[in-house]
Write a protein that binds this ligand. Structure first.
Ligand code: HSE
Length: 310
């Protein structure tokens, strides 16, 4: 690689209703781009940040793209200096993996720039350092689909065990992102500390049902399984128009609809692209009542993962 490398990392939907912290899929059509170049100053510096509505931290230690690259340098290229430019294509605090995409694009670009040739598993270990800043917790349900693409199950965290899940061809999704910010650390603090056994059984059954449905292409099973009895009840009040948007999605044939990550974005799964377009329009129209503007994305479920673009 030369003195400058750019990597793109996609937006993602995590949790997927029944898979809190353990499921996620990559989206097409939105993502962050990070350009990394060699610098004479050891460590990481952030150059330009573009594409975001409100300013993001320019200090490397406070931006989700900084610590992953610093950790990579410390372990694999001691003494190296890297400057990164970040071009945001994903709204910050929108629930579609903005912090994960910056962290992933940064480590993928730095790895290519420094010629460290790391596996995706190793890159994930470094990218986690960025997610810790965003949410104060270790969760890889945006980072993993962002790195690998497709639909990913995090089977375990100790150690991290990533399983790639088959996606039936016809699955599409509509993602509506109301233009307000929900902080992931806040959305995690308001979750219940204890879960009744009845809810654990419901959630576990749904998670298993969703994975079985994905592998067998059983659309009614996928639809029945897209239910969240743990995070959604605690978080839905953070999202203007949540009930109206979900009702509109289901009334227009969505297989399921829920909060994308910690919100405020909502995702709805559909069994064709035209259905996803119709559902997106219905959800947008339901949100209009609240006068909160939104952006909309219609994507295949499980787009490509992070990649070098130049
Ligand atoms: N699984 C995480 C959460 C995703 O819901 O808190 C945050 O984007």
């Amino acid at each position: 690689m030369g003195n400058e490398v750019s990597a793109f990392a996609p937006a993602s939907v995590s949790n997927v209703s029944c898979g809190f912290d353990i499921m996620g899929f990559a989206l097409e059509g939105a993502g962050d781009t990070v350009t990394a170049r060699l610098s004479d100053f050891p460590g990481v510096r952030i150059g330009k940040i573009t594409g975001c509505r409100s300013p993001l931290p320019a200090e490397a230690a406070a931006n989700t793209a900084g610590p992953p690259v610093l950790a990579l340098i410390r372990e694999c290229a001691p003494g190296a200096g890297v400057e990164i430019d970040i071009c945001k294509g994903i709204p910050v605090g929108g629930g579609i993996g903005s912090s994960a995409a910056s962290a992933v694009a940064a480590v993928v670009a730095a790895d290519a720039l420094l010629g460290t040739g790391l596996t995706r598993d190793r890159l994930l270990e470094f990218a986690i350092e960025g997610e810790k800043i965003a949410s104060g917790a270790v969760h890889v349900d945006n980072l993993s689909p962002c790195l690998w693409g497709g639909f990913v199950l995090v089977r375990g965290y100790h150690p991290i065990d990533i399983v790639r899940i088959h996606v039936p061809d016809l699955l599409w999704c509509s993602v509506i992102s109301p233009q307000i910010e929900v902080r992931t650390d806040h959305a995690r603090r308001i979750l219940p500390k204890e879960i009744p056994l009845r809810d654990v059984i419901t959630q576990t059954g749904n998670a298993a049902g969703l994975i079985a449905g994905m592998f067998t292409g059983d659309i009614p099973l996928i639809s029945r399984s897209l239910e969240d009895v743990i995070a959604e009840p605690a978080r839905r009040h953070l999202i203007p128009g949540f009930g109206a948007m979900k009702e509109a999605a289901l009334a227009h044939g969505a297989l399921g609809c829920g909060i994308s990550g910690s919100g405020p974005s909502l995702f709805a799964i559909a069994s064709s692209r035209p259905a996803a377009v119709e559902i997106a329009a219905a959800m947008e129209s339901a949100l209009k009542e609240t006068r909160v503007p939104c952006t909309t994305l219609v994507s295949r479920v499980g787009g490509n993962g992070a990649r070098i673009i130049s």
